[in-house]
Design a protein around this ligand. Structure first.
Ligand code: CTP
Length: 477
């Protein structure tokens, strides 16, 4: 029997095979075996059809790697990758978007291809990768107008300072910028650049311009930059945040996140999120490491499920979830006052990491050094917001949910918190430094109720939010 090796296959077929193997997660040799096995069971040209499905034909020319279109009901996302170091995260973004049921087409600028290859993007995207404005070699060149028209949303991630400027000024001299001008669907930009570039008045002018054109923004976040020793605002938002923002912008009916469509319509949900800042004097405060990501994700998921959401937020650096009423506060006492004012609500979810103590006598002027001794910081206990609301006899929300941030004896501590605070559910999580929960993107939850404990898998904070909102909708139905 003749033997066939991958090396003996011609280049065009090899490219197709590589794409097919990457998509199915098999080695190229295994992919050939799968095709031959299927061919043995079929007649005629089945083997070739499997490599090159006749409708629509897969025909990747030099600049286009196209795959069959996805099901009509999935939201169609056109992801434009521009040339910044954060482009490597865009590959993960494709996965996060597809996880949420979206079909993803990718456009890459020339500069983006210096950071990631179209082939890598094609292995993850299901709608093809496009790089050229005019492709004379491709009879399947769909053109910028069609790419723009067929998208439900255009997401630009990373969006460099240069591309932002092009969008702000309406330039159209390559495929990506032409699409931006031709798009009539919502547009979401995830800016990513050096903090100095972000702060530059020209960039801020461009941001104001695109905002006035109703372009949505996610990030940039604050933190360490890819360049050694650089930190500040300019980091691209995390792939999960971008994916969630894109899905939230799309109509809930079109989104996979709305797998419980409008399950909370006509319900009001009150959520606390983020840390609190307890002043020491006008310039100093006591705080904690909470990023607010979990509370914000819950607010987005509740809004996606049709709830009227009020989010009482401590100081965080996160984009505002669309369709959510935000009340910004600093201290625990301000948070309690805002929560009480926002009641009544059907459901209250307390995800904030409220400071347990505040400085008893915060200075009204900046405390100066140079005095004989260091100033003592006398602390006094803050009100417990969750407990206060859960113990209300009048106007208590039907379902009161708290979190238990623990570093040891997670379940035992959560059970005693559930009893002590008088809430209905506690979402317990281990926030020890090594878990990376505080400030991170993932969370492992144990749902503690009067009925017992349910362990949820480790998952993204968005998925935790989705699971929680699904459970809430079921409970109050
Ligand atoms: N919480 C609150 N007000 C406070 C303290 C906590 O509303 N002053 C809420 C949190 O939002 C969370 C729950 O109570 O839903 C538990 O918070 P956690 O920090 O885990 O517990 P503490 O009550 O602070 O207890 P400890 O610090 O001893 O673990």
């Amino acid at each position: 029997m003749a033997s066939l090796t991958v090396r003996q296959i011609d280049d065009k077929l090899k490219t197709l095979l590589r794409l097919r193997a990457a998509k199915s997660g098999r080695s190229m040799e295994d992919e050939i075996r799968t095709i031959l096995r299927a061919a043995a069971e079929e007649t005629g040209n089945a083997a070739l059809d499997l490599i090159e499905p006749p409708n629509p034909p897969v025909h990747p020319p030099s600049s286009v790697t196209q795959k069959p279109a996805a099901a009509a009901e999935s939201p169609k996302i056109l992801l434009i990758i521009t040339g910044g170091i954060a482009a490597y995260k865009s590959l993960d973004l494709i996965r996060r978007l597809r996880e949420r049921g979206a079909s993803v087409r990718v456009v890459m600028t020339k500069a983006a291809q210096e950071f990631v290859t179209p082939l890598a993007a094609a292995a993850l995207a299901d709608g093809g990768v496009f790089t050229e404005l005019f492709d004379r070699h491709s009879e399947f060149d769909v053109g910028h107008i069609r790419l723009a028209r067929e998208a439900d949303i255009v997401v630009v991630a990373p969006c460099t300072a240069d591309f932002l400027a092009r969008v702000a000024h309406g330039l159209a001299d390559d495929l990506a910028s032409s699409i931006m001008l031709a798009a009539s669907c919502p547009v979401l930009l995830a800016p990513a650049m050096n903090p100095h570039m972000w702060r530059h008045p020209a960039t801020q002018r461009n941001i104001a311009r695109v905002s006035a054109d109703n372009v949505h923004l996610v990030g940039p976040n604050t933190g360490e930059m890819a360049e050694r020793g650089e930190a500040g605002t300019g980091r691209m938002a995390e792939p999960n945040e971008i994916a969630q923002a894109a899905i939230s912008i799309l109509k809930p009916a079109r989104t996979a996140a709305a797998s419980i469509p409008q399950a909370l319509s006509n319900k009001s949900v009150l959520i606390t999120a983020g840390p609190t800042h307890e002043p020491i004097d006008p310039v100093r405060y006591i705080a904690n490491r909470s990023s607010g990501k979990q509370g914000y994700a819950i607010a987005r998921a509740a809004a996606d499920a049709g709830a009227e959401v009020t989010l009482v937020s401590g100081p965080v650096n996160l984009p505002e979830p669309p369709g959510v009423k935000i009340i910004r506060v600093e201290s625990a006492r301000e948070m309690l006052a805002a929560v009480e004012k926002a009641l009544p609500a059907d459901v209250a979810i307390f995800a904030a990491a409220v400071a347990d103590w505040r400085v008893a006598h915060a200075g009204t002027q900046k405390i100066k050094k140079g005095a004989a001794a260091m100033p003592p910081l006398e602390l006094t206990e803050n009100p417990d917001i969750l407990s206060t609301i859960a113990h209300r006899t009048e106007g208590r929300p039907k379902l009161v949910i708290g979190f238990a941030a623990e570093t040891e004896n997670v379940i035992a501590n959560a059970k005693s918190k559930l009893a002590r605070k008088g809430c209905d559910w506690i979402l317990a999580n281990d926030v020890s430094t090594e878990t990376g929960v505080m400030g991170g993107d993932r969370n492992t939850i144990h749902l503690v109720t009067a009925q017992g404990v349910t362990d949820w898998p480790e998952q993204s904070k968005e998925d935790v939010a989705q699971m929680l909102i699904t459970a809430v909708a079921k409970e109050i139905a």
